[in-house]
Design a protein around this ligand. Structure first.
Ligand SMILES: NC(=O)c1ccc[n+]([C@@H]2O[C@H](COP(=O)([O-])OP(=O)(O)OC[C@H]3O[C@@H](n4cnc5c(N)ncnc54)[C@H](O)[C@@H]3O)[C@@H](O)[C@H]2O)c1
Ligand SMILES: O=C(O)C[C@H](O)C(=O)O
Length: 331
């Protein structure tokens, strides 16, 4: 019996992500939680003749979150405001930091052993916030907390195929670092199946992967950011985790994790200048993150330059999240 929950289920990502989870044979119960509209979204999804039972909750002064989360094995969090043109993901911190703090407090209380998948931006900071909250409640297990960076991986496969041709579903690109602009580092020298990116196309391709989110924000012209591709990517990661939890082996997906708490992470932490959070391809298993793989030593000189820039950006983003919680504790 697998219970999944989507927090922010009525939103642009939440609805299509919930649709995908509702039709997954790996989910037995899907609980939808949002501050608005979950009765309607829940009624709608409950007419699908899938295997998942659909439940839907509004806050009800805290009781709704408790009911949504109790018994959950996996919690996906796309709650929070999206960007408008001209904004950075960090501009979302002011509002989304508090939303993630409160929702993860619910996770700590009502389903402390669940896998937690954070989509809400800025991921580089909201995942450290989630970790601090779970630590505060003495339930932090780094192998169960994931920043979802799958959209960068999905985009990388698509954009590589746009440049070199071939089957876009087959390219696997290790994308490491974080999830914003220059903290997103695609290791294009390690694509499988291997491809040669023409030297004169490399800068533009890397830039497109790093700033792919901006393309959508611009095209949506003030109405939000990527939702459908994000739902696809978020479902892809959730599904990988659920398959691994059921015992399927050999599943490796890039994700933003707390390095010191994942096997293989400490050695990566030394390379990335001591950063505690970093996205790398992670082997998934029944308990979540089984092993962080380390593609960094094989990075080309070109990629090492990108990595150095990413380290700088991430450092500030991570401490901003950690300090946000520390400041609240000292009040
Ligand atoms: N990780 C990624 O790759 C990635 C990709 C795309 C978007 N995002 C981020 O995901 C977030 C959501 O984007 P969206 O387009 O779905 O936004 P949206 O505004 O369409 O939906 C957000 C939903 O969150 C709900 N919400 C707000 N506060 C809440 C709370 N306290 N509890 C529960 N629900 C709450 C809102 O009611 C809304 O339904 C944004 O922060 C966006 O930047 C991340
Ligand atoms: O660009 C955004 O703000 C949303 C998301 O992080 C994305 O990469 O599409």
């Amino acid at each position: 019996m697998v219970k999944a929950s989507v927090l922010g289920a009525s939103g642009g990502i939440g609805q299509p992500l919930s649709l995908l989870l509702a039709t997954s044979p790996l989910v037995d119960e899907l609980s939808l939680y949002d501050v608005v509209n979950t009765p309607g979204v829940g009624a709608d999804l409950s007419h699908i003749n899938g295997t998942a039972k659909i439940t839907a909750y509004l806050p009800e002064n805290g009781a709704g979150l408790e009911k949504a989360l109790t018994g959950c094995d996996i919690v996906v969090i796309p709650a929070g405001i999206p960007r408008k043109p001209g904004m950075t993901r960090d501009d979302l911190f002011k509002i989304n930091a508090g939303i993630v703090r409160d929702l993860v407090t619910g996770v700590a209380k009502f389903c402390p052993k669940a896998f937690v998948l954070v989509i809400s931006n800025p991921v580089n900071s909201t995942v450290p916030i989630a970790a601090e909250i779970l630590k505060q409640h003495n339930v932090f297990d780094a192998t169960r907390l994931f920043g979802v960076t799958s959209l960068d991986v999905v985009r990388a496969s698509t954009f590589v195929a746009d440049v070199v041709g071939g089957d876009r579903t087959k390219y696997r690109v290790p994308v490491v670092g974080g999830h914003s602009g220059e903290t997103i580092v695609p290791l294009l020298s390690q694509i499988t199946p291997s491809v040669d990116i023409p030297a004169d196309k490399l800068d533009a391709l890397v830039n497109r992967i790093q700033f792919g989110g901006d393309e959508v924000v611009k095209a949506k012209d003030g109405t939000g950011s990527a939702t459908l591709s994000m739902a696809y990517a978020g479902f892809r990661f959730a599904q990988a985790l659920l398959k691994a939890a059921k015992g399927e082996t050999g599943i490796v997906e890039p994700t933003y994790v707390y390095l010191p708490g994942v096997e293989g992470g400490k050695e990566i932490q030394e390379i990335v200048g001591g950063l505690e959070f970093f996205a790398v391809p992670v082997e998934l298993g029944p308990s979540g993150a089984v092993k962080a793989t380390n593609p960094l030593p094989s990075a080309t000189d070109y990629e090492k330059k990108l990595l150095n820039t990413a380290y700088e950006g991430l450092k500030g983003n991570i401490s901003k999240g950690v300090e946000f919680i520390a400041a609240q504790n000292s009040k």
